[in-house]
Ligand binder design. Structure first.
Ligand code: GLU
Length: 487
């Protein structure tokens, strides 16, 4: 089914929680395909299950896409010719189609109760027959119908699946065939009148003129049912969308992604200090490659280079370490103002600074010395806290490392070496400490400077020592050394 229509791709999540790695990988590929082809990127919210899809989750989904820079051309907030783009606002449309299918004889009312279905499934299992609806209500007699109605049973609407098979060409997997013995008649509308996913998704893809459905492999098996809906809608073959089912994203342990191995919400990554461009870069490599060994791609390059042919068919493995490394690289690539702007919310939220001009100025001086050392922005507050605390104290866990006799002697020498220093620059500080501690006391640098670092910054994890002391200033640095010697 080659598609010659103007490209229209949709991302259609059912936000029953925050969007996670798998969803966003799909969104990114949808977006990239649309951008690469100069097509339209549609964002549709599949919220027919309003008990599980809440307004908060929908708002969070919009927010996440926006934050990642995956802007949509049609969808919530921006509208478009084929809206509304929230399925909960399209219920009449689905009801109309379901009625049409009933009138055409493609669908029928099914009165089987959940208990009856379960009992028959049990019998199928026992007889080793493929499980699924057995077609009981396909042709009810007048008497049976009257009986159900007198019992006050509310029917579901079920789609009739003809004998035979469905074959389609998946752009990633090639030709895929489903034998209808394994695709039983399926429910389109529940007894309460609410539409099921298969009905809503197929109707919308047709009505929104979607040309390409790129989505997770978990939905591969629902494709023959959707194609059945297209047939009932009378869609011409050349107007079917092309399908591309993206490979699974597995956790590091080869199990399906879960919270434990990385399937946390994208909001979590944002709060943990990951940059949107790092997430896009990393997720792009999960199942796709730009064509060479390159691992550093910008959002624009992803759009420029993305083709479905380069999507792999084998599962991709989520690797937190690699994401972290890419995030570190993206942080190092930021210019100072950008780095500052992105970091400030982390510093204010954690209470390290209130956000005054002088604080921001100091942060700006300090950022270059930590830019090389961090893998995510959430590390910044702990690293820079020593510059802003009003009542300084050494982390109690670190105290034993500066209270023994040798450490105390080192700290005293350091204090003495620095007190007479004319010039308070990191070069001068370094020269003075090296001469007093390394040459004077014949200490190894780690021993010599480790204690000074703890005394001055409160922790053994901090930016480079001499630059830190320069930024902290003479008075505070000396006062902290004195405090450490007395303690
Ligand atoms: N709404 C479906 C989901 O979130 C996906 C729909 C589709 O891409 O076909 O699982």
């Amino acid at each position: 089914m080659p598609n010659n229509r103007p490209v229209r791709v949709r991302f259609a999540p059912s936000p029953t929680g925050d969007l996670h790695v798998g969803n966003i990988r799909t969104a990114l590929f949808d977006w990239a395909y649309a951008r690469h082809t100069g097509g339209t990127f549609i964002f549709r919210i599949e919220d027919t299950d309003r008990e599980r899809v809440t307004d908060e989750y929908i708002a969070a989904a919009l927010d996440t896409l926006r934050w990642l820079g995956l802007t949509w051309d049609e969808g919530p907030e921006v509208g478009g010719l084929y809206g509304p783009y929230l399925q909960s606002q399209r219920l009449d449309i689905y009801a109309e189609w379901a009625q049409k299918f009933l009138d055409q004889g493609d669908a029928y009312y099914c009165y089987c109760s959940a208990e009856e279905l379960e009992a028959r499934r049990e019998a199928q299992r026992a007889a080793n027959v493929a499980p699924g609806y057995d077609g009981k209500c396909r042709s009810l007699s007048e008497a049976e119908l009257a009986d159900f109605l007198s019992q006050g049973r509310k029917p579901v609407v079920r789609m009739r699946m003809p004998d035979g098979e469905t074959t389609f060409t998946d752009l990633i997997r090639g030709e895929v065939t489903f034998d209808h013995n394994f695709v039983p008649d399926f429910v389109l509308v529940r007894a309460d009148g609410s539409p099921l996913y298969t009905l809503a998704v197929a109707v919308d893809d047709v009505m929104m003129k979607v040309t390409h459905v790129l989505r997770g492999e978990d939905l591969l098996s629902s494709t023959p049912r959707q194609i059945r809906v297209y047939q009932a809608m009378g869609v011409a073959l050349e107007d079917y969308p092309d399908f591309a089912h993206l490979p699974f994203v597995m956790g590091q342990d080869n199990a399906k992604l879960s919270k434990r191995n990385g399937e946390v919400s994208i909001a979590w990554y944002r709060d943990a200090g990951y940059l949107p461009e790092a997430i896009c870069n990393y997720l792009a490599l999960l199942g796709w490659s730009p064509g060479d060994d390159r691992e550093d791609v910008s959002r624009e390059e992803i759009a420029q280079l993305f083709t479905v042919e380069r999507v792999h068919s084998s599962p991709a493995r989520f690797d937190m370490k690699k994401l972290e490394a890419i995030n570190g690289d993206k942080i190092r690539a930021l210019d100072l103002d950008d780095f500052l702007n992105r970091t400030l919310p982390f510093l204010t939220r954690s209470g390290v600074i209130a956000g005054t001009d002088s604080e921001i100025e100091l942060v700006k001086l300090a950022l270059p010395i930590i830019q090389e050392r961090i893998a995510n922005l959430a590390e910044v507050p702990a690293m820079l806290k020593f510059l802003f605390v009003s009542e300084f104290s050494v982390d109690p866990e670190e105290l034993p490392r500066i209270s023994d006799e040798q450490s105390q002697a080192v700290l005293k020498s350091a204090h003495q070496a620095l007190i007479g220093l004319n010039e308070w620059t990191h070069e001068a500080i370094e020269a003075a400490l090296r001469s007093a501690l390394i040459e004077g006391l014949s200490l190894k640098p780690r021993i010599a400077f480790g204690g000074v670092r703890i005394a001055v910054t409160g922790s053994h994890i901090s930016p480079p020592l001499f630059e830190s002391m320069e930024l902290l200033g003479r008075d505070k640095s000396l006062a902290r050394l004195e405090l450490a010697v007395q303690s």
